[in-house]
Design a protein around this ligand. Structure first.
Ligand SMILES: Cc1ncc(COP(=O)(O)O)c(C=O)c1O
Length: 422
């Protein structure tokens, strides 16, 4: 579905490349996503040339409730008549209300919180807290992980594409293969301050660990007086059909949890580092050791409180499971139809990936899907996989549209001689 690019858009692309970098524009053009967003509503946004694109990624969870959810927009507009970001030296009811709401959702006594603006910052605080609280330095993360771009968060990353130009990274960080409890047993020691994992890793093609993995991880952490940090930046807020994905591992209570991205439905940047009352005792000794002028905006808190009210209901969460099942049924049919191109899929709620036989298939798939008007993204730590994580409010007909687009895209991936007429 190639479309003529207007002179206006050509000019904007050129100016954009000048200001933000030629390679960014070229990369997005290469995968068919050189889109200048204008209107955006629900699961659809419009390019400046009028073309509509269906969002099958939700910016990895930022737009869990779609674009400009009417309830959230209304709440934000009303709040703007009354308040602003807030003065971070002072206190506000908005912050307290959101803290109470989050504490009611988290497992065990993960009852305390620090708000910031991005997931990376929230991860940095989690690691600072782990070191400050335990007095130890070792941090273990997964080989395949991504936890962000700031100092401590970046140091958890073992992918040289992200880290190489910036070395040396922080000392004390090591990595283990995700889901392999024996590897963690070998790596963890009395010097380990924290183990940081996502409940499942989409960036690597959706690695879902063995069922009792986190129970075993928790036991090892307890044995070595090591904190367990669970990063729910992508997996949280209903994405997997539970409010937090760690709830799939019943009984596991992390010491620290992190939320960001979708916390304010894409209307205001906001992140939360949530921790137990025990860990919070660190701030008795160092109350102002971590601070940012714009963290914990009252406007963001108001929006986030409204978002939690929408998502954290049994009906909403069971709907996510139902829609995930519809998507998985579509994947089953695609596997049967394209066995030579598709290897498998991973799915838990609306957290899904398709794994292709071609090791670089994610790039081609990205482009072909964009040609069919669907925006998905390859998994950057596994270029054979394409992530399909639509907004949680995606409709059944939009799910069918995604499956149809995948079918056509797979058809295009076939060698020319074997394609059917489309
Ligand atoms: C699991 C995970 N943690 C942390 C982050 C960092 O969040 P942010 O991009 O808001 O800094 C990301 C970003 O994609 C992420 O996927």
């Amino acid at each position: 579905m190639d479309q003529e690019i207007s002179e206006k858009k050509k000019d904007l692309l050129k100016r954009y490349a000048h200001r933000f970098g030629e390679m960014r524009v070229r990369t997005m053009s290469h995968v068919g996503l050189d889109i200048f967003e204008t209107e955006r509503r629900g699961c659809v946004s419009k390019d400046i040339d009028g073309r509509e694109i269906l969002d099958a990624l939700a910016l990895q969870g930022v737009f869990n409730l779609g674009r400009r959810h009417p309830v959230l927009v209304d709440v934000l507009k009303k709040a703007l008549e009354r308040i602003d970001m807030g003065n971070n030296f002072l206190m506000s009811e908005e912050k307290l209300l959101l803290a109470d709401k989050l504490a009611a959702t988290t497992p065990g006594n993960v009852n305390c919180v620090f708000f910031s603006s991005t997931g990376s910052e929230a991860v940095d605080l989690a690691i600072k807290l782990a070191r400050g609280f335990t007095g130890k330095t070792g941090i273990i993360s997964a080989d395949e992980c991504y936890h962000g771009i700031t100092g401590f968060a970046l140091s958890t990353n073992s992918n040289p594409d992200y880290t190489e130009p910036f070395g040396p990274l922080m000392p004390g960080f090591s990595h283990v293969p995700f889901g392999d409890i024996e590897a963690l047993r070998k790596e963890i020691s009395e010097d380990t301050a924290a183990v940081i994992f996502e409940p499942m890793i989409a960036e690597a093609g959706l690695l879902i660990p063995p069922e009792d993995y986190f129970i075993q991880v928790r036991k090892l952490c307890d044995q070595y007086e090591t904190l367990l940090i669970i990063d729910e930046v992508v997996t949280g807020l209903g994405r997997t059909g539970k409010f937090w994905a760690i709830e799939h591992s019943a009984g596991v209570i992390p010491d620290i949890m992190i939320s960001a991205k979708g916390l304010t439905g894409g209307l205001y940047p906001m992140a939360a580092t949530m921790f137990t009352e025990d860990v919070a005792s660190f701030f008795l000794t160092y109350p102002y050791s971590h601070y940012s002028s714009t963290s914990g905006s009252d406007l963001g808190c108001v929006v986030s409180s409204a978002l939690i009210d929408i998502i954290n209901t049994p009906d909403f969460l069971s709907d996510v499971i139902k829609k995930g099942k519809r998507l998985a049924d579509g994947y089953e049919a695609l596997l049967e139809k394209h066995p030579e191109l598709l290897e498998s899929y991973g799915q838990i709620g609306l957290h899904t990936v398709l794994r292709l036989a071609d090791p670089a298939g994610g790039f081609r798939m990205n482009r072909y899907l964009a040609e069919e008007g669907v925006f998905a993204l390859l998994a950057t730590n596994n270029t054979a996989a394409i992530r399909i994580q639509p907004p949680l409010i995606v409709s059944e007909s939009q799910i069918d549209q995604i499956i149809d687009a995948l079918d056509l895209a797979l058809e295009k991936m076939k060698p020319k001689s074997r394609r059917r007429q489309i």
